[in-house]
Design a protein around this ligand. Structure first.
Ligand SMILES: O=C(O)C(=O)C[C@H](O)C(=O)CO
Length: 275
């Protein structure tokens, strides 16, 4: 498992571009036939990717760094289908996921496996946080997530924010998670920007054609850094960091948070003029 240590905001300015990428970007989460995992010390989240070839089956490993018997011994896990379809097995129960569906797996689950459907490859994004207690495993199809329209075409940020795991929905110990999809012609996500010093947040960009890029912004409002990202890459935003981006076309992204609270609306808005 890859390990990324935590970064103090004062240290960001001294980092060269490669160091910024090494500390915050997950650029190789999806490797054919593998389950990859990264442990970030920011709120001890684990992010991962499962890239399934047709007919393939893979098991969730238990990395030695967790010093636990099973992956979910002290953790909860969200499995998000970001391409194709797949079947996830949790202690013998099977859940079929299509693009945009999320499976929440509660603390205490023991055996977790992933299988492609015979017809197509599948890609699953994994996000995990420490859990103080066990909540039931639940499937949240995209159609059942709460959906809110945001932004406007005039400002190129018209999008739908789908919330799958949130305080008024499926109960979790820490994880708050959803998917935002930008409409054709809209390219700015999370604009105007915001901060929430109570939670770390990660974004996994998907549905971005291979010949396009997203410039993801992080840092403090007065000292921004950009990270150029391609499809199926994720980026960690520490609690002190803004997190927004612009693409060369429209796209979708999974956002996932963990930390002090689960209040999606607990955001400190940043005026565009402060950037
Ligand atoms: O487009 C948006 O706005 C978002 O999706 C915002 C994210 O949900 C977020 O950053 C929540 O803190």
């Amino acid at each position: 498992m890859k390990i990324q240590h935590a970064t103090h905001p004062d240290d960001l300015a001294a980092l060269d571009d490669e160091s910024v990428r090494a500390r915050f970007l997950e650029d190789a989460l999806f490797v054919d036939g593998e389950v990859t995992l990264t442990y970030t010390h920011h709120d001890r989240m684990v992010l991962g990717g499962v890239s399934l070839r047709p007919g393939e089956q893979l098991a969730l490993p238990v990395p030695a760094e967790l010093r636990s018997e099973t992956f979910c011994q002290r953790r909860e896990l969200a499995v998000v289908s970001v391409a194709g379809s797949a079947v996830v097995t949790v202690d013998g129960e099977t859940y079929a996921l299509s693009r945009g569906d999320v499976l929440y797996v509660g603390r205490g689950a023991r055996d977790i496996g992933f299988a492609a459907t015979d017809a197509e490859p599948g890609a699953l994004f994994l996000a995990s946080a420490l859990a103080h207690t066990a909540f039931p495993t639940r499937l949240v199809p995209l159609a059942e997530a709460s959906a809110t329209a945001a932004g406007a075409t005039e400002t190129a940020n018209r999008r739908t924010i789908h919330k799958h795991l949130h305080a008024d929905g499926v109960q979790t110990a820490q994880l708050v998670l959803g998917i935002t999809a930008l409409e054709p012609g809209s390219v700015w996500n999370s604009m105007p920007p915001h901060l929430h010093d109570r939670r770390t947040e990660a974004y996994l960009y998907f549905d971005l054609p291979a010949d396009h890029r997203i410039q993801h912004y992080m840092g403090t409002p007065g000292h921004l850094r950009t990270i150029s990202m391609s499809n199926l890459q994720a980026v960690v935003s520490p609690s002190w960091s803004v997190h927004f981006g612009t693409g060369t076309t429209n796209y979708a992204f999974v956002w996932v948070m963990a930390g002090e609270n689960q209040d999606f609306a607990d955001m400190d808005q940043v005026a565009i003029t402060e950037l």
